[in-house]
Design a protein around this ligand. Sequence first.
Ligand code: NI
Length: 178
Amino acid sequence: MAKLEILEIPHPILTQKAAEVEEVTPQIKQLLADMLETMYASHGVGLAGNQIGQLLRVVVVDCADEEGEPDPIKMVNPKIIWRSENKICHNEGCLSVPRQYADVVRHEEVEVEYLDENGVRQTRRTGGLLAIAFQHELDHLDGILFIDHLSKLKRNMLIKRLEKRRKRVAEEMLEGDE
Ligand code: NI
């Protein structure tokens, strides 16, 4: 297995639409395993193809089950086939927008249809954190980030804060070299 590099904003691939996977090959199965490993190593709860530079509709998610045990879900060509009318607000973050968080309103429950790593069609209806993660990750496949759901003002503030942080980290690294 291999840990992959996670792309951060403003990388252009993050704003592009990912293509459908035509066949769930051993390479796709390996990619899903690598994505899951990368996600765990980065302490994330979800990762989409775009984020590792692959414009393919592949997603991994793990929000743990009710007992707190791992619940890895690997999805190929996922699609939301049902959304609840009820919406909820949750403080979201993203590995591609490091250390920035903001409240996003999403559907409380969704049903997702996808192919698993063996190419078998699955559906999963869920609520709570997992439903939020599904919506967040599926957005990635369409080139949409959680910050795109915010007001322009809030979005710009968050991006500015991220740039400031990057600058500070770069400066600290330079000082460390002296
Ligand atoms: Ni994300």
